[in-house]
Design a protein around this ligand. Structure first.
Ligand code: PRP
Length: 208
């Protein structure tokens, strides 16, 4: 039995659709249920940011998650396969009228991605003030809470519509299939057989 942690929403739906296609079984969560057990699989429906936690602590063997979320978690997990979907960037944004200058004193960064932000600025030997927010990050520079933000950019519309521009890119992210190291060793045949099925689908242009 393999336990699979899926993030609620589109990614869970797309992943289950691929499982249905591979195993010809009707994998579907019932209404508000968070666990789905069927055949050789148990699926857990979790919050996006919690996928690495469930996999790391071995409540799930494998999971599907964006590289941005995985990097932010800082957890040491096996990256099995790039599922090529959910492309986005983790970028630095500033007001259109402002100029990027990493040497400027008093840099204040607002973000919900504290760890990625810390690592990025540490690698430049800069220690800005970092303010943790939980959403609507683009608002922070508009009201003077911060002079830059670190945030996810997908289409770029949110920044654009709020008078912000991307001034630097920290990383690019796509959805990945991940595993914890113990499960990868103990359940290697099952994980590798699933990996090769997914790999074929991705090679043929499938995306999650
Ligand atoms: C994310 C992200 C940006 C927006 C980027 O926010 O934090 O705000 O999407 O998308 P875009 O480049 O296509 O405009 P989300 O919708 O998750 O909401 P949040 O602000 O509550 O985090």
């Amino acid at each position: 039995m393999l336990t699979v942690a899926l993030p609620k929403g589109r990614i869970a739906e797309d992943t289950l659709a691929i499982f249905r296609q591979i195993f010809k079984q009707d994998f579907r969560f019932e209404d508000r249920r968070l666990v789905l057990e069927s055949g050789d699989f148990k699926f857990l429906l979790v919050r996006n940011q919690d996928v690495p936690t469930y996999v790391y602590h071995q409540s799930a063997d494998i999971g599907v998650v964006g590289l941005d979320v995985l990097e932010e978690s800082g957890l040491d997990l096996v990256r099995l396969l790039d599922l090529k979907g959910g492309f986005c960037r983790v970028a630095i944004g500033m007001r259109n009228e402002d100029q990027l200058d990493y040497n400027k004193p008093d840099i204040v960064v607002a973000t919900k991605m504290i760890n990625i932000t810390n690592r990025f600025f540490s690698s430049k030997a800069i220690s800005p003030k970092i303010i943790k927010l939980y959403g609507s990050i683009e608002l922070a520079p508009l009201v003077g809470l911060a002079n830059m933000i670190v945030d996810i950019v997908e289409t770029g519309s949110t920044m654009k519509q709020n008078g912000l521009k991307v001034v630097d890119t920290i990383m690019e992210s796509t959805t990945h299939l991940i595993a914890n190291k113990s499960s990868f060793i103990e359940k290697k045949p099952e994980i590798l057989s699933l990996y090769s099925e997914f790999e074929k689908i991705i090679r043929d242009g499938g995306r999650i």
